[in-house]
Design a protein around this ligand. Structure first.
Ligand code: ADP
Length: 497
């Protein structure tokens, strides 16, 4: 956040701590930018360690008071459903602020906000589905386990789906009775405070959900290292995820990580090519490629490669980069000047390493886009798997095309990265599809269905892409800990000494 600076000013975007919107205790603020114009559009409270501390104390007071965790499960569920209803009522205004803050096309922002509401609908079924286990025991004994909330969960979120991420990072933990302190990404803070306000309006008690804004090294690290936070859930880069894991190791904290990816999108020659084409376009460029599961590597089989690539390039040429408030825009700006520079760095490195630009690789030339962080959708071929373009997560609209001859080569290329988040396979052959799913090193396999998600279906990242399960009933285990009780109801004293 260096170029954004830290200053004392009256913030427009406040923390939400202990049931109220608040500035930082010391008055620190930073600026948030409209990526479509490159200008600031808000002053945001910048949380320091003391603000994080205030939020963690409020979260524990709320937890210890039991006003949320001790609610009857059906009542907690009812209030969660109310949050979802309030989100749907305010969908347009949340989506507009989201687009202003992060630059994503308004129609996508609307879909994200609707998805956030449906995510909460799903998690409203969870409070009544938390279960324990009874174990085989000796006569006169009874043993059971139950899942208990951690107490306070620290959640750290990225900027690519700001409102949806704010909900996603918090709702499972809340559903099972925890209090939460959320540190939203500094690039897109605006709608997370709105979310906390809606939760309060829906009856989530004071102190149960807190939002502290700020950067990673100051605010995020203060939360991750806080001795009063026994569980961290983090979504972001693998680089920062490793740091978080170090912080958690020092305090023996439980840590859930959803990290980067380099998703292979594998098109076999027997695929339904129209379906594969539409899906490949979507998985490569949706949200300007700023998704950890973006299909940023297109692996296409040699016999169809030429025809498929030529059709893909036709469609890429038809995609519109532009003002995110216009309904016809496919790609808005990238999130920040830093991100644009980072992605441009990958493009330059690709060119230097001998990859060939088939499309894009530059900023658009329309004068009205000159000040925003726009980039043309970019397609490279003549990539080798060892190039940065073939290995590293770019998080931008940059697609790397690799060709393969056999199934074995496709799977070996697909698995040749350190990441293991998702993989997409296009084929009409059941045996090929099932074999690929078995051999691909990834937690999510999409067979003819990229980015398909259902909230009741869990997943986890493999390899450098994460630790622990998310979504579905599996998330109950992620956000609770186990307690067992051994009971002797048959009487009889120990005969030891
Ligand atoms: P991205 O590459 O998507 O920006 P990052 O991993 O940099 O992802 O950031 C994801 C989240 O992690 C953001 O909320 C960011 O502020 C936070 N973060 C970054 N560095 C740290 C850190 N050292 N400690 C805790 N949180 C951090």
């Amino acid at each position: 956040m260096a170029e954004r600076g830290v200053m004392k000013a009256s913030p427009d975007v406040l923390h939400f701590i202990d049931g109220a919107a608040r500035p930082s205790l010391g008055g620190e603020t930073f600026l948030t930018f409209d990526p479509s114009k490159g200008t600031t559009h808000g002053v945001v409270a910048f949380g320091q360690a003391e603000d994080v501390d205030l939020a963690v104390s409020a979260a524990w007071r709320a937890y210890d008071g039991g006003h949320w965790r001790n609610l009857a499960p059906r009542e907690r569920a009812r209030r969660l459903r109310r949050i979802a209803d309030l989100i749907r009522e305010r969908l347009d205004s949340i989506a507009e602020r989201e687009t202003r803050d992060c630059g994503k096309p308004l129609r996508d922002a609307r879909a994200d906000v609707a998805a956030a509401a449906s995510l909460i609908d799903y998690f409203a079924t969870v409070p009544e589905n938390v279960r324990g286990t009874v174990y085989a025991e000796e006569v006169g004994h009874f043993a059971y386990s139950r899942r208990e909330p951690y107490g306070v969960v620290g959640a750290i979120a990225p900027w690519n789906f700001p409102f949806l991420n704010a909900v996603w990072k918090t709702i499972a933990a809340l559903a099972v009775g925890n209090s939460v302190v959320l540190k939203m990404a500094e690039q897109s803070p605006v709608t997370s405070t709105l979310y906390a306000e809606l939760c309060a309006e829906a009856g989530v008690p004071q102190g149960v959900l807190n939002v502290v804004h700020g950067d990673g090294p100051t605010t995020g690290a203060a939360l991750a290292c806080h001795p009063g936070v026994p569980k961290i859930t983090f979504t972001g880069s693998t680089e920062v995820g490793k740091l978080i894991l170090h912080y958690c190791a020092d305090a023996v904290k439980s840590c859930h990580l959803e990290l980067g990816g380099k998703t292979p999108n594998i098109v076999f020659a027997d695929a339904d090519l129209n379906q594969a084409l539409a899906g490949s376009l979507f998985t490569s460029f949706f949200n300007s490629g700023q998704i950890c599961t973006s299909g940023s590597r297109l692996l296409v089989q040699e016999g169809i490669a030429e025809e498929f690539l030529s059709a893909l390039l036709d469609r890429v040429r038809g995609m519109r980069v532009g003002n995110p408030f216009e309904e016809t825009t496919h790609l808005g700006p990238l999130i920040s000047a830093e991100q644009l520079e980072r992605v441009n760095g990958y493009i330059e490195d690709g060119i230097k390493s001998g990859a060939r630009v088939l499309h894009g690789g530059r900023r658009p030339t329309e004068p009205e886009l000159a000040d925003g962080y726009y980039l043309q959708p970019t397609v490279f071929d003549e990539i080798t798997s060892d190039m940065k373009l073939g290995q590293e997560e770019i998080f931008g609209p940059v697609l790397s095309v690799l060709k393969f001859a056999s199934d074995a080569e496709a799977l070996s290329l697909a698995n040749s990265v350190t990441y293991g988040l998702a993989a997409t396979v296009w084929t009409r052959d059941l045996q090929r599809a099932m074999t690929a799913a078995e051999r691909l090193e990834a937690g999510i396999i999409w067979t003819n269905a990229p980015h398909h998600m259902q909230w009741n279906i869990p997943y986890e990242g493999h390899k450098d892409s994460g630790l622990g399960e998310d979504l579905g009933l599996e998330s109950i285990a992620t956000f609770t800990r186990l307690k067992v009780n051994y009971m002797n109801f048959g009487g009889g004293a120990l005969d030891w000494a």
